[in-house]
Design a protein around this ligand. Sequence first.
Ligand code: GUN
Length: 279
Amino acid sequence: MAIRIDGKALAVKVKEQVREEAAKLPRKPGLAVILVGDNPASQVYVRGKENDCVECGIVSFPYKLPAETTQAELLALIEELNANEAVDGILCQLPLPKPLDEDIVINAIAPDKDVDCFHPFNVGRMTIGDPVFLPCTPAGVMEMLKEYEIPIRGKRCVVLGRSNIVGKPMSMLLTQADGTVTTCHSRTEDLAAITREADILVSAIGKTRCVTADMVKDGAVVIDVAMNRDENGKLCGDVDFAAVEPKCSHITPVPGGVGPMTRALLMRNILTAAKNHQA
Ligand code: GUN
């Protein structure tokens, strides 16, 4: 039977390290959290991040803005937060309601406060292997692989999804760890033939039970990044867990896998920003 990778427990450990380090700084790290509109999932995520801040000794500055907020108003707030010395990190929860432009907003956040690692400057730094911040979800996955001593060097890694937030940076980090990486997406032909080659399979598609047992090699490591709802409204990932688990060496559950790690790695990025600002 597969080893279940316990993201929840590892996240506690990472946050504990952040709390200890944060307590040594002359000033508490600060995170501005911007939530525009009333997307229920975003509200849950933001609440979780604010709770993590409390646990880690990080001050959070919440900005709950109405859905009608204009681009100019949002940019003015970001400009103000860029200049605010109590704020080490700025997180604008995505997706933004229409017609707000996410790219313009991401570009407006000062790169030294871009704790999501979404700004092109930080994406570039990560890509050349000289990161300031690491993107939280892919970094969380890397941390899990490290904790469970899963070798990456020379291994076949298959990433399902090519988003800027998860798929692309995930492929990049696995490449930098000497994995042999294939990125698959909605246009990939003969997907199952590729996934069956994977020693490490990371799925970030967002479709319930789209990774079936026939797509997974015996003994593979399966990492499920997705947060979907099944037909009963229950939180689930991309992987048909019951069918896939018996075939794997390691697997992440949903919930309790990647999700808590994403948030923990956000806390680590805020600590990094605070250290850089207080150096
Ligand atoms: N929406 C979904 N995931 C994320 C994330 O990691 N950061 C932000 N800012 N928004 C998101």
